[in-house]
Design a protein around this ligand. Structure first.
Ligand SMILES: Cc1cc2nc3c(=O)[nH]c(=O)nc-3n(C[C@H](O)[C@H](O)[C@H](O)COP(=O)(O)OP(=O)(O)OC[C@H]3O[C@@H](n4cnc5c(N)ncnc54)[C@H](O)[C@@H]3O)c2cc1C
Length: 429
C-alpha cells in the first residue's frame, strides 16, 4: 500500500484516537494504523479512566462509553508480611459527579476507535509501523510491515515502547529506571459478590492503591479495582528494581495476590485475562523532544504519565487532542515544519499535562533513590500501630518511649524530617 493522507496516526490507544477524532472532525484526511487485530486487544491499564478529556470530545461519554463502575471510594493499602494497614476514603460527592470510572481496555479502546471512524478517520489494523520515512530532514510518512503510508503530519501514539520517536531521533533508548513493568489479571467475580464485599451499589466502584508486602523495597505499587463483574488486580515495578532484585514479575505478582489483604477477594474468582505492559515512569525530566519536522509525539510515547496521581489515559487523551488541534492549524497555514508544530508543546505546557508533570518533577527520582519509603516506613507504621494496640498494662508513657525508639531505629529523626521536607517540596512547591 502506498497512500498519502493529511494525518497519519500510529497507535489506536487513547492518545492516537483522540488526535484522530479531532483531525477527522475538522475534515482532515486521517488514518490510524494499529498493530493489533482490533484496538485494545493487547492494551492494558489498571485501570481508572478519568473522564475529563474524553468528555470534551464526546459530551455523552459517560452514558455511551463501555465503562465498568464509577469510582466512589479510594483506598490506600500498606502491606506488611504479616499485617496490613488500610485507609479508606469514600465520598458521596462522587455519587453524582465521579471523576474516574473503572474500564477494561479491550472493550473501551475498540469502542473509542469507532468514534474516530464515525468522525471520518480510516482505521487500518494488523499493521505495524516500523520506522518514520524521513526526507530532507522531514518526517513524511511511515514505513509499515504492509507498505508505506505518507502524510503531511505523523502523530506517534505508539505507546511506552515508541519506536517512531526513537527512530526519528527524538530520544535515546529508555533506561530501566524510567520504565516500570505492569502485570495485571482480570478475575471474574460475581457482580453481587463484589457489591457485597466492597459495600457498593452495582454501578459504584472502589479503587485501591497498594504498596509494600512482596513489593517491599522496590519502587512500585499494586492495585485492586472493581469492574462490573470482575476485579482488576496487578502490580507495576521499575524494571531496574526487578533486575537488581533478580525477581521475575510473574513470581512477584503471584506472591502479591496471595497476600492476606488481597487473596480473600479473589480466591473464588475465575481468571479471565493475564497481561503485562510497560509504564513510562521517567517523569518530567525524561520527557523526549515532543515534535520535529512533520511529526508530533503524544501519550505514553512521550512519557506523559503522572506517577503521583496514577494517571496516564487522561494525559494521553489530552495530548492527542492538543496534537490534533496543532495539526489542523498546520494545515491551515500549510506549514508542517517544527516551527509550526512547536505550538503543540506550548499548548501542552499550558495544559494540566505538563503543568502537573513539571510540578511533580522531583518525585520520580526521589522515589527511585529513596527505596526505604517502600520498606522502612511501612514497617515503622506497623510497629507503631502494633505497640499502640497491644493493651497489656504497660504504661503509655513507656509505650510512647518505645514508639520513639521505633522511629529512631527504622528511619531516624533527621532522615524523617528530611524525607517529609523533600516530599512537601516535591509536591507543594
Ligand atoms: C499496569 C498498568 C496500570 C495502569 N493504570 C492506569 C490507571 O489506572 N489509570 C490511568 O489513567 N492510566 C493507567 N495506566 C497508564 C495508561 O495505560 C497509559 O498511560 C495509556 O494507555 C497511554 O495511552 P497511549 O494511547 O499513549 O498508549 P497505549 O494505550 O499504549 O496505546 C498505544 C497503541 O499503539 C499500538 N502500537 C504500538 N506500537 C505500534 C506500532 N509500531 N505500529 C502500530 N501500532 C502500534 C498499540 O497496539 C496500542 O494500541 C496504566 C498502565 C499500566 C501498564
Amino acid at each position: 500500500m502506498v497512500e498519502k493522507f493529511d494525518v497519519v496516526v500510529v497507535g489506536a490507544g487513547p492518545a492516537g484516537v483522540s488526535a484522530a477524532i479531532v483531525t477527522a472532525r475538522a475534515g482532515l484526511n486521517t488514518v490510524i494504523i494499529e498493530r493489533g487485530n482490533i484496538p485494545g486487544e493487547k492494551n492494558l491499564f489498571g485501570g481508572v479512566l478519568f473522564k475529563h478529556p474524553f468528555e470534551k470530545l464526546i459530551p455523552d461519554f459517560v452514558k455511551t462509553a463501555p465503562l465498568e463502575r464509577k469510582v466512589v471510594e479510594y483506598q490506600y493499602w500498606i502491606l506488611l508480611d504479616d499485617s496490613f494497614i488500610k485507609l479508606v476514603y469514600r465520598d458521596d460527592a462522587f455519587e453524582n459527579n465521579p471523576s474516574g470510572y473503572t474500564a477494561l481496555r479491550a472493550k473501551f479502546d475498540a469502542w473509542y476507535a469507532k468514534k474516530a471512524q464515525e468522525a471520518g478517520a480510516m482505521l487500518i489494523t494488523r499493521t505495524q509501523a516500523l520506522e518514520p520515512i524521513i526526507k530532507d530532514g522531514k518526517v513524511i510518512g511511515v514505513n509499515t510491515d504492509r507498505g508505506e503510508l505518507f502524510g503531511n503530519i505523523v502523530i506517534a501514539a505508539d505507546g511506552a515502547n515508541s519506536l517512531l520517536a526513537q527512530k526519528a531521533g527524538l530520544h535515546d533508548e529508555w533506561k530501566p529506571h524510567q520504565l516500570a513493568l505492569g502485570v495485571k489479571e482480570v478475575i471474574e467475580v460475581q457482580r453481587t459478590k463484589i457489591d457485597e464485599m466492597f459495600q457498593v451499589k452495582t454501578e459504584e466502584g472502589v479503587a485501591a492503591t497498594i504498596i509494600g508486602g512482596p513489593l517491599k523495597g522496590m519502587t512500585g505499587g499494586g492495585f485492586l479495582y472493581t469492574d462490573r463483574e470482575a476485579l482488576s488486580v496487578g502490580i507495576g515495578v521499575l524494571l531496574s528494581d526487578l533486575v537488581s532484585n533478580n525477581i521475575r514479575p510473574n513470581k512477584l505478582y503471584e506472591k502479591f495476590k496471595r497476600h492476606p489483604a488481597i487473596y480473600p477477594y479473589i480466591k473464588d474468582g475465575i481468571l479471565k485475562e493475564y497481561s503485562a505492559h510497560l509504564i513510562p515512569e521517567g517523569g518530567y525530566n525524561a520527557i523526549p523532544k515532543l515534535y520535529t519536522n512533520g511529526m508530533m509525539v503524544v501519550g505514553d510515547a512521550a512519557l506523559l504519565v503522572n506517577v503521583v496521581g496514577w494517571e496516564g489515559t487522561n494525559l494521553a487523551a489530552e495530548s492527542g487532542i492538543l496534537a490534533g488541534e496543532t495539526a489542523i492549524y498546520a494545515h491551515k497555514v500549510k506549514d508542517f515544519s517544527a516551527n509550526v508544530l512547536k505550538i503543540y508543546e506550548t499548548k501542552l505546557r499550558n495544559s494540566f499535562v505538563l503543568r502537573d508533570l513539571r510540578k511533580f518533577r522531583r518525585i520520580p527520582p526521589f522515589l527511585y533513590k529513596n527505596k526505604h519509603f517502600f520498606s522502612s516506613y511501612p514497617e515503622m507504621l506497623r510497629d507503631i500501630l502494633r505497640l499502640w494496640h497491644t493493651v497489656d498494662g504497660e504504661p503509655k508513657e513507656i509505650k510512647i518511649k518505645r514508639i520513639r525508639d521505633v522511629i529512631i531505629s527504622k528511619v531516624g529523626p533527621i532522615k524523617l524530617i528530611k524525607d517529609i521536607s523533600d516530599l512537601i517540596r516535591g509536591i507543594l512547591f
